[in-house]
Design a binder for this molecule. Structure first.
Ligand SMILES: Nc1ncnc2c1ncn2[C@@H]1O[C@H](COP(=O)(O)OP(=O)(O)OP(=O)(O)O)[C@@H](O)[C@H]1O
Length: 689
């Protein structure tokens, strides 16, 4: 029996009790070991707790931080132990140098970001991982949350069962460093839309409102609940409040694990302290597991934590209670100078100084020695439970009934789509100048065109006037739509990146919502433009032809906007995406429209290229409609030029194929949604930090 106990218990446990200071710590916090031994002594320890709930079957009262003797082993080994990281290694591919140095020809080399990490995090506790820039803090969160891009070796286990990416994504909510929020929405609106898109579709609106209100209260946002978030131009809530909103968004689903990457970065010390105390409260009150990274926490923040971990070069230099930090480092020869923040001191000591080679070698050796000392320390075995971790892997390999991680219900596709659409509309509605711009920007061109051309004449010069106006019509529509997309889409793209990282909706849903969102604006602005232009300049007096003219302009606008969106999915830089889309439109107009160079005189190969250009079909449709049956007078007053002859010589077949051309245009206008989705998928979602 004794041996059985030894195997199932963390090996360091008994040794740990030989050390007076640690024994005291655990006795005061968790109670004396002797009182626990009989419980642990029973073989088949899996039966001691419900692996799904991780709660004691025996129903002993669980009170965090009590001195009751009942909690030592549960806390250390089973009851509160939630998340184990066992022998974790993380490697990414790295290409050195720039493309102009032909880096693309070189083989990517492996970069070992996290090395043999073994850690344990408990429910109801808050842990901070500290370390210098590049020490691997964010990578650790990426791996735990199932978002890592590189190769992960080792085990991340939750409630003693190995987890795959999906389980971790489901159980853990990840608060990124940057707040990607729509500046035009209020705090309550932001949380409500997120709740509608995250929470099960069966929840009624009142329940959603109640959940949102709870998060607002928990995060201390009641005073700004109905204020706009604001952005660079319009001032809104403060930076600390934005951080709280971002955290609140992740709390809506009431996650069991909350991961936060640098939640205090960019905040003043008071706000940072306030935020951490909220997180501490969340962990303790809500029995959540809170794990965050912090650059250099103030000493009063450190005191609030349950555990602190120091990373250096992807290795663990310390993990344990803040109170044990100084004794540990002192025991290996690094006492903390008086009146200094131990955290600052030990981050400095474990940092690598890369200013020159000798300093680098020296500091790498020092950091390595500290990590090794920690690996061999009693703390590693006792508190992190390295040996227990092996038991954990034993448990999940042999467990007959692995816990069922319940799949949380998702809202319906239609609800998510409606929410996205409504949020886009509200966002644009609040951006008044852009909203007005969308309606009238295109129509604004008309007075200038009229001033320049006036009414189209019925003589030979009328050909040139008509061609100029048609060119302006079919070319300006996609350009103006492009500028509209550039004005409003980038901020929506940012929220999409974050939300799709959280698995809230697919690329297709997001882009379909944007397609439907921009369609009415393109219809209104295209109709305004076409109506003014068409009747004032005196195009053909035929309602069917007029209707087709409007549809062509609207379709060109919709195509242009979605094409710009697609390029913004493919190319991260908005400026470059904008330039590339304009180039594409120009090329399409050059090769396809026949308005810059006659199609008849164009080399065969260029003409072939023109067949894929949307401008070919839009121009031919409008030209065929406008020139059909048109008679223009020569200088002697006789009708000597016939529109049909012009069509035959410059756009042969355009009249016969008018319906086909119109349908192809319609096909392009629908297919552009698929093109945009393809562009986003091909490029993928960037790693967000
Ligand atoms: N996908 C990746 N490709 C290339 N290098 C990577 C990748 N992910 C992480 N790294 C490298 O791994 C190291 C650790 O990065 P990580 O972002 O985890 O550090 P950090 O401690 O969070 O830094 P900071 O505090 O500055 O955010 C860095 O040198 C980083 O360049």
């Amino acid at each position: 029996m004794e041996q059985e106990n030894e195997r199932l218990l963390p090996k360091g446990t008994s040794k740990h009790l030989d050390r007076p200071h640690q024994s005291q710590h655990f006795q005061s916090r968790y109670g004396s070991l002797q009182n626990r031994a009989p419980h642990i002594a029973t073989p088949g320890r899996v039966g001691y707790f419900d692996p799904n709930e991780n709660t004691e079957i025996r129903g002993e009262q669980q009170t965090r931080g009590t001195t009751s003797p009942e909690y030592f082993f549960e806390d250390l080994a089973t009851r509160k132990t939630c998340l184990n990281v066992i022998d974790l290694n993380y490697t990414v591919k790295e290409k050195a140098g720039h493309w102009w140095d032909r880096s693309f020809l070189r083989k990517a080399r492996d970069k070992h970001v996290l090395k043999n990490l073994s850690m344990t995090f408990n429910k109801g506790e808050i842990t901070a991982i500290v370390g210098t820039s590049g020490s691997g803090k964010t990578s650790l969160l990426d791996v735990i949350s199932g978002r890592a891009e590189g190769k992960v070796e080792g085990v991340v286990s939750y409630k003693h069962h190995q987890c795959d990416r999906n389980t971790m994504r489901q159980k853990a909510s990840y608060v990124l460093q940057a707040d990607r929020l729509l500046p035009t929405l209020t705090v309550r609106e932001t949380l409500t839309y997120m709740a509608l898109m995250k929470l099960p579709g069966t929840l009624k609106n009142e329940e959603i409102d109640r959940k949102v209100q709870k998060v607002i209260c928990d995060m201390g946002l009641t005073h700004v609940a109905d204020s706009r978030i604001g952005g660079a131009v319009v001032r809104g809530v403060s930076g600390g409040e934005k951080r709280r909103i971002t955290i609140g968004v992740q709390l809506l689903k009431d996650p069991e694990i909350l991961l936060l990457d640098e939640p205090t970065s960019g905040l003043d010390s008071f706000t940072a302290r306030h935020l951490v105390s909220t997180l501490v409260e969340l962990a303790h009150k809500g029995e959540k597991l809170v794990l965050m990274t912090v650059h250099q926490p103030r000493s009063d923040i450190v005191q609030m934590l349950d555990k602190i971990g120091v990373l250096t070069g992807g290795q663990l230099a310390y993990l344990g209670p803040p109170s044990q930090m100084v004794p540990f480092f002192t025991s290996i020869g690094y006492p903390c100078p008086k009146n200094q923040n131990p955290c600052d001191v030990y981050i400095d000591i474990t940092s690598v100084d890369r200013r020159n080679l000798s300093r680098e070698q020296e500091t790498i050796a020092r950091a390595g020695a500290i990590c090794q000392a920690f690996q061999q320390s009693q703390l590693q075995r006792d508190i992190i439970g390295n040996n227990f971790s092996r038991d954990t892997s034993f448990l999940y390999h042999h467990s007959k009934d692995p816990p069922v991680f319940t799949q949380t219900q998702s809202p319906s596709w239609f609800r998510v789509f409606r929410c996205l659409l409504e949020r886009m509309n509200v966002h644009l509605w609040r951006e008044r100048s852009r909203l007005v711009g969308r309606f009238v920007q295109q129509a604004f061109f008309v007075p200038f065109l009229i001033l320049f051309i006036g009414r189209v004449s019925d003589n030979v010069d009328g050909i040139q006037d008509r061609l100029g106006l048609i060119y302006q019509g079919v070319s300006s529509a996609p350009y103006l739509a492009l500028t509209n997309a550039v004005a409003i889409f980038p901020v929506l793209r940012e929220t999409y990146y974050r939300e799709s990282h959280d698995g809230m909706y697919s690329t297709a849903t997001f882009l379909a919502a944007y397609y439907v969102h921009c369609l009415p604006f393109n219809i209104i602005s295209g109709t305004l433009f076409s109506t003014f232009l068409y009747w004032v300049v005196g195009f053909k007096d035929d309602l069917l032809v007029f209707a087709m003219f409007i549809l062509v302009i609207v379709m060109m606008g919709q195509f242009g906007e979605m094409m710009a969106v697609g390029f913004m999915g493919m190319i991260r830089s908005v400026q470059l995406a904008c330039d590339t889309t304009s180039l594409l439109f120009n090329t399409s107009a050059f090769f396809g429209s026949g308005l810059i160079r006659s199609l008849a005189t164009m080399p065969k190969v260029l003409e072939q290229i023109g067949f894929v250009a949307i401008h070919r079909y839009s121009t031919e449709t409008v030209i065929a409609n406008e020139f059909h049956d048109l008679k223009l007078a020569c200088s002697d007053g006789e009708h000597c030029v016939y529109g049909d002859d012009f069509i035959d010589s410059h756009y042969p077949g355009a009249l016969d194929e008018i319906n086909r051309n119109f349908c192809i245009m319609g096909g392009y206008t629908l297919a552009v949604l698929g093109i945009a989705i393809f562009c986003f998928k091909a490029r993928g979602i960037p790693t967000l930090h």
